[in-house]
Structures are given as C-alpha cells and as structure tokens.
Design a protein around this ligand. Sequence first.
Ligand code: SAH
Ligand code: F3S
Length: 439
Amino acid sequence: MKYIYIKTWGCQMNEYDSSMIVSLLQEKNQYFLTKNPENADVLILNTCSIREKAQEKVFHQLGRWKKIKNKNSKVIIAVGGCVATQEGKEIYKRANYVDIIFGTQTLHKLPHMISEVEKLRKLSIDITFPKLEKFKYAVLPKKTTYTASVSIMEGCNKYCSFCVVPYTRGNEISRPCDDVLFEISTLAERGVREINLLGQNVNAYQGPTFNGKICYFSELIRLVAEIDGIDRIRFTTSNPLEFTDDIIEVYQDTPKLVSFLHLPVQSGSNRILQLMKRSYTIEDYQSIVEKLLIARPNLQISSDFIVGFPGETEVDFEKTMMFIKKINFDMSFSFIYSNRPGTPSSEMTDNTTIQEKKKRLYILQERINIQTMLWSRKMFGSIQSILVEGVSNKNAIELYGRTENNRIVTFQGSPKIIGQFVNLKIEKIHTHSLKGRII
Ligand code: SAH
Ligand code: F3S
C-alpha cells in the first residue's frame, strides 16, 4: 500500500486542483491519503504565489521534507501550482532533492510522472499549458459532501498590473458547457445540494455547447438551477468588467442563486484603479450594484481590497474608505499590496512605508468588521434557510450549516437532517457565527 501526503495553500482554485490530484491518484494508482508526512511515499506541495513570499515558504517546507527524504531516499517529492509554474527548474537548482515539478495545467500527468521517477530516479518536470487537458482525466471524488466547487473556466486574460495569475494559470479558457452540467448532475446524484461555480472571472464564461453554440454565464446559471437536487448556487470570483445586464437579470428570475455576491473592487480611487489596469471606474461598479439591488433588493455584497498599491496616497485611501461605507460591503478580504516579480506594477515607484500600509489595512479592516457585525445583527430574529453540513466541531450535540450570506450557524438537531435544507430562527449573534433554532 502506498501513501500520499498533500499540502495546499492559496486560493480556492488551488484547493480544487488538490482535490483533483487526490482523486486521480486514489483512483489510478491506488494511493491512500495520509495525514502524517512521515508515513508518505509521495509528498506533494501545491502552492499559490498570488501574495505572500510564497517562494520562501516553499523552500522552508521543502527543507522540512528533505529530512524525511534523508531517512528514506525512496520518498518522492513533487512541487506544483503557481509557484512551480513561475519558478520551474529554479526549484530544483535550490532543492535538488525535488523529484517532480508540475504546473497548474499539468497536474493530471502526476501519476505518470510518479511512475517515471520510480523507474528512472531523475527529475520529471512539466509546467506547460495544455488547454483544459486536466479535466479529461478528472475523477470525481466518491466521498459525498453536500457542497461542491466545480471549475467552469481556467486562467485569466485581464492582466491587472499587480497580478501573477495570467502568468501562472495561463489564458482564460471556458470548459464546455455540457461537461460542466454533466459533472454537476453527477455530483447532485451523489448528494451535493450546493454548487460553487469556480473561475477567475466566471462572468466572462463562454462555454462551447454540443451543437456548436456558445453558452454564456447567465445561461449556465439557469441551466444549473434546473438540475434536480441542486438548490443553491454560488460563484467565485466575478469581475466588475463584463458583469453584464443578462447576469443581473438572473438575480431576478433564479432564486437558487444566493443573495450574496463577492465582487472584488480592489480600490475606491479611480486613479488607482487605472494604475491597477482594472478597466472600470467606481461609478461603473456602483451602477452594477444599483441595478443588482433592483433585481434582488436583499443582496449583500463582499469584496477584495488591496491597500498600499504603488503611489496610493492618503486621499486615494480615503476614497476607498468612503466607497466601503457607500456600498456597505459585508465581510471582505483585504491585503497589503505584495510586489510580484514580473508584473507591471513591480516596476512602479512605491514611496509609502510598510508602517503606513499596515495602518491603512488596520483602519480598513476595522471598518469592514463593524459593517459585517451590523449585517449580522440585522439577521437577529429572522428566519434563515440553512444547508446542514455536519456535526459542530465545538459541540457534539450541535449541528452546523451555512446561510445564504455565508454565515455559519450552529443549532440543535438530529444528525439525520445532515445534507438537507432547514429553516432556522436566528437567536444569537456572535462575531464569527450565529446560533439558531429549528422552526
Ligand atoms: N479574479 C479575481 C481575483 C483573483 S486574485 C478578480 O478579478 O478580482 C484574489 C485577490 O488577491 C484579488 O482580488 C486581490 O485583491 C488579491 N491580490 C492579487 N494579487 C495581489 C498582489 N500582488 N498583492 C496583494 N493582493 C493581491
Ligand atoms: Fe488577477 Fe486581475 Fe485576473 S486580479 S486573476 S489578473 S482579473
């Protein structure tokens, strides 16, 4: 019996890729997953390079695994994801005990690469970008969970000036519509009730159909809503660019699409948005939100923000703060600008001190926290539909589930209802979770 150990960090796409790797290896090569790296025959690192000093983190992790390999030279070490795609053979130059380097689009080759290393005992590397090939080899996980993510598109063509994704995940390409629908139907048959459509810019989806037509994102959502068993639909991430009226209309006629939208704005200053090459203005963003609120008056919006982009002044930052209040964003992600080698913004002059950037991030997060709490408080006494996901980690007599707007609610109930939707009355509001009672 052979074991794999996999460590993943980064975005949801990386998590998705890792689950593909695990199912593929379990299916084809009869590998088993272990939680202890010391027991593994193959150690896999699948990492992202969007923000943190990911390269350094990779080498620290590899250093720890080198000790395992020193004890057992047969252990195979594989490095993949965005860092591997960006660094390529450089990884091997710094850590010559690495056996496999695979990219974001070549993870399906891992079983073959592993057998090759077993036989030849020399570096196997493939960080090419074969279009959508990995999906041909994908094996759906047998384990039933009640929520699942399905990638509908890969890569990104937007080239925002700060971002590495177009270089690490390749050009934007949509999966065929029928493949996506078939995958979701299969998941629904296995008990999945909530689907998260995944991609860097899902709203730019243009999937070919079997009869030679193009299926756009709005159409895709409506088709997913027709699948028996699927009762809740989310998507991550969308972009204010190409957030067209036909998508806004779906909020009017498709109740299965949640009343919660993550729409990254990045900054509230048009000058910064232009430097970021985001290709929209805050007025465009606001107009989308206004139309959305007509289509779905109870819609809550969350976002991503970057503070301390090169050249961001106190005035630009103030504009972001004003915009946060104006839109009344719910829980959001915010990051200090991280200089990524090879991106256009890494060449821009950046005079703001890190102390100042940290201060801005703190102010921004404090404000978001207040707004998040206010949104939660509005839910007190309300009736919320919850997809029951399992038994609470903290209290074995309680179950937990998620509301449409992504809040975790704990409540008492029989484990028999796990995997079903129930209505709860919200009776307590905590900062990070809610408590409810079945009605
Ligand atoms: N496709 C999404 C973003 C994907 S990256 C979009 O259109 O916005 C996820 C988030 O990471 C981004 O929204 C951005 O806020 C953040 N991010 C990306 N590159 C970054 C960088 N160099 N520094 C800081 N944050 C970054
Ligand atoms: Fe990155 Fe901009 Fe695409 S943030 S993922 S280049 S939309």
